[in-house]
Structure formats: C-alpha cells, structure tokens
Write a protein that binds this ligand. Structure first.
Ligand code: HEC
Ligand code: HEC
Length: 276
C-alpha cells in the first residue's frame, strides 16, 4: 500500500512539480531579460520629465523616433485585452517579437531591432512572453506610428528553431548578448545606405538626435575600449558614466543595464574585446 502511494506520488506529483518549477524559472528568466539586458522598456515605457512614469511599465504610447522618414510610437505591451497584447496568443506574440509580424500579417516598423531579434533563442522568447503575460494589464491607448518610407513585406524568411549558445562558451554567449539580446550592435555599428555594416560591428558613429542634442555612438571595439579596464567598461554600461567621468547621453538603456548579472557582464565585455 505504501509502495502504491509512493508510486502515485511519483507519477502524479513528480511531473506536476517539475512543471511548476520550470514555469517559475521561465518567468524569472523572462523578467531578467526584459528588465535588464533586453531593456524593452527603454522604448515601451512612457517617459515623463522625471524618467519612466510610475505604474506604466511597458504600457506604451512612447514616441521613440520622430524624423522625416517616420514617427514611431512604441505601443502598449502589457496584457490589457483592448489596448495591449492581452488578446494575442503566445504564437502571435512570438512571431511579433522575433520577426516583427503582427497577428494581422502587417509589419512592425523600425526602430524595434528585428535584424537582431531574429537571432533570439526560442526559449528566451518564450520566457519573455511568460513575463509579459504576468504583468498587470494597463489600459493605455497608443498613438499610431506613421511610416513615410515603404516598409518591406518582412525582415527576412521565416526564422526556424534557434538555441542560445552555451553560457560556458563565453565569447559566443557574449556575442549573443551584444547582438540579438541586448542589441548593443544595433546602435554601435556604422550605418550605410544598405543598413548596418556588420564587418565594422561595434565601431560606432551613428547619431542620435533628441531633446539632449545629438549623441554619437562610441567605438566599443577592442580599439575604442583598448585602454579601458573591465571595471571602467562595466561602470559605463551600468551607470552611464564614461571613463573620464563624463555623464553619457541617451538613448542607451543604462536604467536597465544596471542590473545585468555579473556573469553576463563578464561575457559581454569579453566579447567586446574580440571586436576588431
Ligand atoms: C528601439 C525601440 C524598441 C525596442 C528596444 C523594443 N521595441 Fe517593441 N516596438 C517598438 C516600436 C516603435 C513598435 C511599433 C512599431 C509600429 O508602429 O509599427 C514596437 C512594437 C512592438 C510590438 C507589437 C505591438 C503592437 O501592438 O503592434 C511588440 C509585441 C513589441 N514591440 C515587443 C517588444 C519586446 C518584447 C521588446 C524587448 C525584447 C521590444 N519590443 C523592444 C520599439 C521598440
Ligand atoms: C539605443 C542605442 C544604444 C544601445 C542599444 C547601446 N548603446 Fe552604448 N552608447 C550609445 C551612445 C549614443 C553612446 C554615446 C553617448 C555619449 O557619448 O554621450 C554610447 C556609449 C557607450 C559606451 C561608452 C563609450 C565611451 O567612450 O564613453 C559604452 C561602453 C557602451 N555604449 C556600450 C554599450 C553596450 C555594451 C551596449 C549593449 C548592452 C550598448 N552600449 C547599447 C548608444 C547605444
């Protein structure tokens, strides 16, 4: 009898435990990614004069770009059914985040960095979705973006299954963090008329106009950061204070990067040092 009970416990309890455990870690992973290295809120959280507006995390209606080519407004991605993504299925959200295609088939415009998000690992996109779903739904209607340029039908062919590089492979994992996940290279790679010149990844030069004036993305390759100590690079990424003590201008996501895990920070800096 006791053996039978034990067997039942294993059969019934075992998998159930395993499941709630993995749901927990998936949610924690998603929270970590969205709130630190991915920094989705840097675009999707509305900003007031004093920074992100309290209680409005990821609730959108934040103008992220207003230029001759387009006026891009990052929408509400909290689970509100009418004004957010509450009515979208996981599969619809997955495709929107990684490939930039909405449930109705329309394309999500720039500057959400799909060139990089197309490389996000399946498990990480699922984790981010689990986290977005766990947020308190916020009702907030977002102004529609206006694109005066012609958007392509898609950012590329459908993306197949992707696994993240193993964390033990420091350079590969650092590249994953600087590319698909943190999109550092989105801003820090020179732009040409054909898009980002990835042969010169990390060499900087892009200009970012805003209320702060114009900031210019720095060279973050082994050349640009050659004389910097790891701790100085880490301080710049986490706190926005440059090597010489100068306060760095927006739009880099310091408020989010400040909580990047030490292990990830190490891989990230190690990777930057490999950029020529
Ligand atoms: C650089 C700014 C930027 C970043 C970073 C960014 N987004 Fe976006 N996102 C946008 C903009 C702008 C739009 C709307 C574009 C349009 O109107 O076509 C958008 C649209 C979306 C949509 C479609 C919503 C809808 O209602 O159409 C989803 C979902 C989304 N983003 C999720 C995310 C997630 C998750 C992250 C982080 C992993 C993220 N975004 C990071 C700017 C950004
Ligand atoms: C949205 C655009 C954007 C993103 C994304 C971004 N950066 Fe930056 N970054 C900038 C700009 C612009 C500057 C220069 C600011 C200034 O000079 O005031 C800068 C400055 C820096 C600096 C300081 C360099 C110096 O000489 O002072 C470092 C280091 C850096 N970024 C690393 C990173 C890393 C690592 C990531 C990804 C985790 C990242 N950046 C993501 C735009 C960005």
């Amino acid at each position: 009898m006791r053996l039978l009970l034990l067997l039942c416990a294993v059969l019934l309890g075992g998998p159930a435990f395993a499941q709630s455990d993995s749901v927990q870690t998936e949610l924690a992973r998603g929270r970590y990614l969205v709130e630190t290295i991915a920094g989705c809120g840097n675009c999707h959280t509305p900003q007031g004069p004093g920074g992100p507006i309290a209680g409005m995390a990821l609730a959108g209606n934040q103008v992220v770009d207003d230029n001759p080519a387009f006026r891009a407004v990052a929408p509400n991605i909290t689970p509100d059914r009418e004004t957010g993504i509450g009515a979208w299925t996981d599969a619809q959200l997955f495709r929107a985040i990684r490939e930039g295609i909405r449930p109705d088939g329309s394309l999500i415009g720039p500057p959400m960095p799909f060139q990089f998000y197309r490389g996000l690992a399946d498990a990480d996109v699922r984790a981010m979705i689990a986290y977005l779903r766990s947020l308190r739904p916020v009702r907030n209607v977002s102004e529609k973006s206006v694109y005066r340029i012609k958007l392509p039908p898609a950012y590329g062919p459908p993306v197949g299954a992707i696994a993240a590089p193993p964390k033990a492979d420091r350079v590969a994992y650092g590249a994953y963090l600087a590319g698909p996940m943190g999109h550092c290279l989105d801003c820090h790679t020179p732009l040409t008329e054909h898009g980002r010149d990835m042969a010169r990844a990390g060499q900087g030069g892009q200009q970012f106009p805003g209320p702060w004036g114009v900031s210019v993305a720095a060279d973050i390759t082994a050349h640009g950061l050659g004389n910097w100590r790891d701790a100085e690079i880490e301080r710049a990424i986490r706190t926005g204070v440059s090597r010489d003590g100068r306060k760095l201008l927006p739009p880099m996501a310091f408020a989010y990067y400040k909580n990047i895990a030490p292990d990830d920070m190490g891989a990230l800096i190690g990777y930057l040092r490999t950029l020529k």
